[in-house]
Write a protein that binds this ligand. Sequence first.
Ligand code: KIV
Length: 273
Amino acid sequence: MSVAKVDDNRKVTTRRLIEMKQRGEKISMLTAYDYSMAKLIDSAGIDVILVGDSASNVMAGNMTTLPITLDQMIYHAASVKKGVNRTLVVVDLPFGTYQGDPKDAFASAVRVMRETGADCLKLEGGSEIKESIEYILRAGIPVMGHLGLTPQSVNKFGGYSVRAREEVEARKLLEDAHLLEEIGCCSLVLEKIPAELASRVASELTIPVIGIGAGGGVDGQVLVMHDMLGINQGFSPKFLRRYANLGEEIILAVQNYIQDVKSQDFPNENEQY
Ligand code: KIV
């Protein structure tokens, strides 16, 4: 398998993401939750690793992102960070750790930064969490915003359908995007919204806008690693492109192993001491 060529081995910073937007270079971002995968993804040359709270789904088997705790996110993020040389590491603040008192949000943010060595935090929401974001930014912690489909609000939305199709919600999203840039967010994720709206947001903002299910008119793309590698086999939304079928390969490899153990083909004389 060919490894993507990285022409620049300097550490990716939030500043460099802005420079990438300015020169029209698209930003590549994937999720990772553990040391070994982070090491592989980093060596492939990805720009940003998101330690997403999607760990709640793909690592822990929960139906939503709501159950994952701050301690669990810290465990995943610290593991990822150890595998990374060049890539920027962004960590999701999980549900319930920043939507209330801004001082609690600040305490959550400090814990993640101090205990994981992360480069940046991601928080879901706009004007509702403005003060929390400002508190965190004031401490010199970079923040990536997240608008559109924000999975921590799944119970408010009633599902995972495309957001901001209607005029009122689209206008609120546009206002929130500008607000996040004004208060100092370094970048923004837009999830599952119409491509035209996402493209408009990206063209109006100077900070990079990274999309998932938001079309090609944004400044970069993010996918959940388990989805794009075909490990999470049951999930196939329209926006997902699969780059491998590791789920099938893993099952086949395990079946071959079982067969070799049962038939006593493994281990052979070269595989023992
Ligand atoms: O948690 C996550 O994986 C995310 C991406 C879907 C953007 O927030």
